[in-house]
Structure formats: C-alpha cells, structure tokens
Design a protein around this ligand. Structure first.
Ligand code: CO
Length: 299
C-alpha cells in the first residue's frame, strides 16, 4: 500500500473512531435517533472526512440497517441495546466501525462482551497465511463459548476506494467464507454479531438507506423528471449509500420519486435486518489493514 493511501486510511480510521466515541456519549434514554445520527455525521464532516454511509442506529432485535428519516420520531429508551455503526472516508478510503451500548441496564453485558471478544480474537488471528473461514471459526468459537450464536448471514467485508463491500467476505462462522485468504495491504471490516435468537437475520421494513445501483439502466428512464433526479442523486452520492435525510435535503418532498426509482430497479432501498427469532443482537466492528504478520487496526 503506498504511503498516501495509508495516510488517508489512518485519517479516516481516526475520524470514524472519534465520531463513534462521541456518538456513545449521546446515547441516553430520551435522546432522539435523528439528533444522534445528525451530530455524529457532523463530527465526521467537521473533521474534513466524507460520510462513507449514513450513521446506522440499530436497537435490540434489529441487527443492522436503520438510519433515521428527516422527521424520525424515534427516541432511545432505558434498556435499549444500541448498535451504532459509523463510516468515514478520506479521498474514498473508507473506515467502518461499530459498537454496542446498553442504556442504563446490564442485562446483556455478556452478549456485548461476546461480540467484543470475538472481534479481538479475529484481529489476533487474521493474516495473509490463513483462510478467512478460519477467522470465522475463531469468531464462532468465541461467541458460542459465551452461550450465544453468531449471526451467520452477516459478514465482515473488504473495503475498496469508494466501495463499501469489495471482494472479500469475513464470515462470522467457520462453515462459510471458503479458503479465500487476504493479501498484505487488504483493508477489511470485521464485524462479529452475537445473539440469543436464531443466529440469522431476515429482511424487514425499509431502512431509509439507499444506493444508486444501476446507472446504465437509468439511461432508459423515460420520464424526464425522474431521470434528472437520478442523475443528480448519482452525481451527489456516487457509489456510496445515502440516507433519505440527505436526499430530502436535496429535493424536498420527493419521497415519491425515490420510490419510483427503487421500483424501476435503478436505486436500491436497503431493508432493515432483523433477528429471525426476535433475539437480542450485539455487534462490534473495526476496520483493519492486513499485514504480512497480522493486521493493523485503524479504528
Ligand atoms: Co459498519
């Protein structure tokens, strides 16, 4: 990895970590999801980094993929198990990190510990000499040793320039991920999830998180207004996911157009990912640069 790219990753990592830690201080019963997301995103942009994706806030049985709407009424309650997932980029080089916080109660301390220790152990074992399924095995072993299940259909992922999911997958169980091995200089987000439920997630309602997915197909949109809107959104957000809040800021009251773009298949609306049996879910995530002899954590 050349020095410039490395410096960009280091900066993105520091900014994402600072924003995550700042976000934790805002998580209190009565606080609004919307305020937390907005303030954490502001922290990232104030530090001259870009938003790699909208701040994700997932509570309790929701594992991932929720970002508040511009008018979101949700507030935190005592006892909520909150996953705060934050991404920053510098020149397109992305750092992705997440933490779980239980608000004012301690019913899920060991589950929080399970995903956290699974991440630590994964960081200890990952290197270019072992297949990623072995990293999954380590995560699975750690989480099951606490009496919980890893979520098997959520995976860590390689990070590319302006690309949130590139090439590699880092499984949370030993049976997935195959024999693929990371290379020196690969950047990956490792994110173990633990649950007392089924051990997999299913798709729920919309997350308010979108992605422009097919700019070729978009050339064939007949309605001019819709086409112009797609072009504007695509120019603005490119290959990275964006929030309804951000879109709303660009084109007030155009929820209907974005629904149409999703319907046409040129825009993806991510679903919320909910634990299949309604289990509680914890998560911890760091971004690492794989090195010959291990890895460097940048978040
Ligand atoms: Co993440």
């Amino acid at each position: 990895m050349d020095d410039m790219i490395y410096e960009n990753y280091k900066r993105a990592g520091k900014i994402a970590a600072d924003a995550r830690n700042y976000g934790v201080t805002l998580l209190k019963p009565g606080a609004r999801f919307l305020d937390v997301a907005t303030l954490v995103e502001k922290k990232i942009t104030e530090n001259d980094a870009g938003l790699a994706f909208p701040v994700n806030i997932a509570c309790n049985t929701l594992a991932a993929h929720y970002s508040p709407r511009h008018d979101d009424p949700l507030t935190f309650k005592k006892g909520d198990v909150v996953k705060l997932d934050v991404g920053a980029h510098v020149e397109g080089y992305i750092a992705d990190t997440a933490i779980t916080v239980e608000l004012e109660t301690h019913l899920y301390d060991t589950m929080i510990q399970a995903s956290s220790e699974a991440l630590e152990n994964a960081i200890t074992v990952i290197n270019p000499k072992i297949p990623l399924c072995d990293v999954g095995k380590t995560i699975e072993k750690t989480i099951t040793s606490y009496g919980y299940k890893p979520i098997e259909n959520l995976m860590g992922h390689g990070l590319g320039r302006y690309e949130l999911h590139s090439g590699l997958s880092v499984p949370n169980v030993g049976a997935l991920g195959g024999k693929m091995q990371p290379k020196d200089g690969d950047v990956v987000a490792i994110e173990p999830f633990a649950t007392n439920g089924a051990g997999h997630v299913i798709s729920g309602a919309g997350s308010n998180i979108y992605l422009c997915k097919d700019s070729i197909k978009a050339k064939f949109i007949r309605d001019n207004k819709t086409k112009t809107m797609f072009d504007k959104i695509n120019k603005h957000f490119g290959t990275l996911p964006f929030a309804q809040r951000w879109f709303y800021g660009l084109f007030p009251k155009d929820d209907i157009a974005i629904k149409k773009l999703s319907f046409l298949g040129v825009m993806k609306h991510y679903p919320q990912l909910v634990e299949a049996k309604g289990g509680m879910v914890t998560q911890k995530e760091h971004t690492v640069i794989v090195r010959e002899d291990g890895c460097e954590v940048i978040t």
